[in-house]
Design a protein around this ligand. Structure first.
Ligand SMILES: Nc1ncnc2c1ncn2[C@@H]1O[C@H](COP(=O)(O)OP(=O)(O)OP(=O)(O)O)[C@@H](O)[C@H]1O
Ligand SMILES: [Mg+2]
Length: 161
């Protein structure tokens, strides 16, 4: 997954979980139906932490944002539908197909937020925003956001001018 042909790229240093959460909230406020955001990063990088901020920003009731331990797909109802998926335990596209998630993405009525997108990169539509989190010592994280396509680039510009 190279950033070679991304339309727009931004990198940011996050120094605390609170900062990561707040950045997620700001993204959640900007999401529109049809947006697709992939989250990439090793165990404990902060993907779920960021995703919970996104859900809050999209006005998903706190009670809907369950523990991410068991399900693969979480359809939330916020300001718009938010389809949150965690591909960690899936191995291929057929597995993902059987969850019904791809139909939700295709319906286009909501935004999609996918942790471990690098497990099944084909899950992403051609136009998407890819966010990579890397450990950077202690509570610091380096976040790289790569937009592929016109709408993702506009989304990224609004999120990180
Ligand atoms: N700057 C930071 N941003 C996000 N999380 C941080 C940061 N600093 C420390 N943390 C801690 O790192 C952990 C991140 O956990 P989280 O579940 O979000 O990771 P994850 O990428 O979803 O991992 P997994 O793939 O195992 O689900 C949390 O315990 C969080 O408190
Ligand atoms: Mg997680």
């Amino acid at each position: 997954m190279s950033a070679g042909n991304a339309t727009r790229v931004r990198t940011l240093r996050l120094t605390s979980p609170e900062e990561t959460h707040a950045l997620g909230v700001r993204l959640g406020k900007l999401l529109q139906p049809g947006d697709f955001v992939g989250l990439i990063g090793e165990l404990g990088a902060g993907k779920t932490h960021l995703a919970r901020g996104v859900a809050e920003g999209a006005e998903v009731p706190r009670s809907e944002v369950a523990s991410p331990t068991f399900a693969i797909v979480y359809p939330y109802s916020g300001r718009i539908p938010l389809y949150h998926a965690d591909l960690y335990r899936l191995t291929n596209y057929d597995d993902l197909y059987s969850t019904g998630f791809l139909d939700m993405v295709e319906a286009g009525d909501g935004a999609s937020l996918v942790e471990w997108l690098d497990r099944i990169p084909e899950a992403a539509p051609r136009e998407h925003l890819r966010v990579t989190l890397r450990h950077s010592g202690g509570d610091a994280r380096e976040l790289t956001a790569e937009a592929y396509g016109t709408r993702p680039a506009a989304l990224l510009e609004a999120w990180m001018p």
